[in-house]
Design a binder for this molecule. Structure first.
Ligand SMILES: *[C@@H]1O[C@H](CO)[C@@H](O)[C@H](O)[C@H]1NC(C)=O
Ligand SMILES: *[C@@H]1O[C@H](CO)[C@@H](O)[C@H](O)[C@H]1NC(C)=O
Ligand SMILES: *[C@@H]1O[C@H](CO)[C@@H](O)[C@H](O)[C@H]1NC(C)=O
Ligand SMILES: *[C@@H]1O[C@H](CO)[C@@H](O)[C@H](O)[C@H]1NC(C)=O
Length: 221
């Protein structure tokens, strides 16, 4: 492989897996519909403003059940260790965020065996310290996620419709491409024949003209 070809490898890796590239952090919104009895990933990503600056962060999660009016602290993650702070989530929360680093940008957690009581609003809080050569800078970020627990996995009409539309447009585009290719091919073939015929006709016309009108003039060939 040439050096130029090798250059494409990280580019492709980056496109397919944004996480491979340092600093290419993307703040994706969490899902909001959990299914009873199954696991659910509460997503919370907070990207560093300056990807290249070393940092460390702790993450805390709060929960306000539907009908309650205050948040309670349910989970804390610091120094590569997570702690469950609330009995309702005993043995039911697992860290799903950045692994093996104190420089946490993904603070997601995973709820096991979801119950209807898990319905409510979750608050995710990042406390981050950016370490510059001569000083440290502390920032924080907060996100709210409203979770709805359903008995069975449902798919919104919009999601089903958009999938159908996707297939329709893919097939439509392919057909259009095919038609266009056939059309172009035939057009080119026809044009080729036409050109051939035309040049033949022209040749005949010229030769006959030169015979008819240009008697006495020799046409150089
Ligand atoms: C999230 O945590 C669950 C439970 O520990 C685990 O099964 C799953 O593989 C984790 N997923 C990621 C992406 O870390
Ligand atoms: C979650 O559910 C599974 C199977 O239903 C069960 O084996 C497991 O003990 C449950 N875990 C918790 C923490 O409730
Ligand atoms: C849900 O909450 C109600 C009221 O607080 C409680 O009685 C019930 O046991 C809880 N259910 C589960 C599965 O934790
Ligand atoms: C979060 O940051 C703001 C300023 O950016 C500060 O006023 C606030 O006290 C911080 N909150 C906590 C809990 O550290």
């Amino acid at each position: 492989m040439s050096a130029l070809q090798l250059l494409w490898v990280p580019v492709l890796l980056c496109l397919t897996h944004a996480w491979f590239c340092n600093g290419a952090c993307v703040e994706v919104d969490s899902d909001t519909e959990a299914v009873l009895g199954q696991g659910f990933k509460l997503g919370c990503i907070s990207c560093k403003m300056r990807g290249e600056v070393p940092a460390s962060a702790t993450v805390d999660w709060w929960f306000m059940a539907k009908g309650e009016s205050e948040f309670t602290h349910i989970y804390s993650y610091a120094d590569l260790t997570g702690y469950i702070m609330d009995d309702r989530f005993d043995e039911r929360l697992a860290w799903n965020g950045s692994k093996k680093t104190e420089d946490v940008q993904d603070g997601s957690i995973y709820i096991l065996n979801v119950t209807f009581n898990d319905t409510g609003t979750y608050r995710c809080f990042f406390d981050r310290t950016l370490v510059f050569p001569n000083y440290e800078y502390r920032t924080n970020a907060t996100k709210f996620i409203s979770i709805n627990v359903v008995g069975k996995a449902t798919r919104g009409m919009a999601s089903i419709l958009s999938e159908i539309m996707m297939y329709v447009s893919i097939i439509g585009l392919q057909l259009w491409l095919l038609v266009e290719m056939v059309y172009c091919y035939r057009k080119i073939a026809a044009a080729g024949e036409e050109a051939l015929r035309e040049s033949e006709a022209e040749y005949l016309a010229i030769t006959s003209e030169s015979k008819d009108n240009c008697a006495g003039v020799t046409v150089a060939e």
